[in-house]
Design a protein. Structure first.
Length: 248
């Protein structure tokens, strides 16, 4: 009986010996600890700059394990900031630690025109008869009746971020979310700029459901007498809309 026990102990020792001698490719022995670069954005994450004024970036600090690491940091987009053109400009600060792991932070610079005093902030709804989809003249009302999802799109909001610059919750004016009955992620969000002559321009756009934006917005206009907003858009090279919005 003792011989059997001794043999069992010896076999177990051999097995343990083999399992503890894994090569360098064993996942259990390849665990590595790394310290990421700590990027500390100086100043505001969203910065407003009046049109035509100078811009001085507040910068960013980089630390690794408590030590200054700023000399290893790269800055992208700083030279692209055009203080003479209304719009959004992104500045990205990035650094890679000695193990090759990256880190980054960003700042958005918004150049706006302080001479714009008109405000179009508020909630709008498309004129369902005047607003058209496609090139055949069919209206939102036509499509709404055929899809049976809504008789009137509502809640298209323009939120003022700076004088003349607005965040729009659905530049599609409810087409996919309300008429077609898709989820809210198929709203075309974005930013639009109203100039001193009440012309409306697209600054940026994004639909999260498809991960892209508009081809263009043209003929954008705000009528201060009627409070009406009009513009035409193109998406994916084949979807065209003529939007007419009335304030709710």
């Amino acid at each position: 009986m003792k011989k059997v026990l001794y043999f069992g102990f010896a076999l177990c020792a051999m097995v343990l010996g083999f399992t503890s001698c894994n090569d360098d490719h064993d996942a259990l022995s390849d665990t590595t600890l790394t310290n990421y670069v700590d990027l500390q954005l100086q100043g505001d994450e969203f910065t407003l700059i009046p049109l035509g004024t100078s811009y001085k970036d507040a910068g960013c600090k980089a630390e690794l394990s408590g030590e200054d690491y700023s000399s290893h940091m790269e800055i992208d987009g700083l030279n692209a900031v055009d203080v003479n053109k209304v719009g959004f400009y992104e500045i990205t600060y990035s650094a890679v630690n000695p193990d090759g792991y990256p880190a980054s932070v960003s700042r958005t610079v918004c150049v706006y025109d302080p001479s714009v005093t008109t405000s179009i902030e508020g909630s709008y709804q498309p004129d369902m008869v005047a607003t058209k989809y496609g090139t055949k003249g069919y209206t939102f009302a036509d499509y709404a009746a055929s899809y049976g999802n809504t008789s009137q799109c509502t809640g298209i909001t323009f939120t003022e971020e700076a004088p003349g610059i607005y965040y729009v919750n659905d530049i599609f004016a409810g087409w996919y979310n309300q008429i077609r009955g898709y989820a809210a992620k198929y709203c075309m969000t974005g930013y639009m700029n109203l100039d001193a002559e009440n012309n409306l321009y697209l600054l940026s756009s994004y639909v999260s459901g498809w991960g892209d934006g508009l081809d263009y917005v043209k003929n954008g206009k705000y009528d201060p007498e009627t409070g009406q907003i009009t513009y035409s858009l193109s998406y994916a090279g084949q979807i065209f809309m003529d939007i007419v919005l009335n304030k709710e």
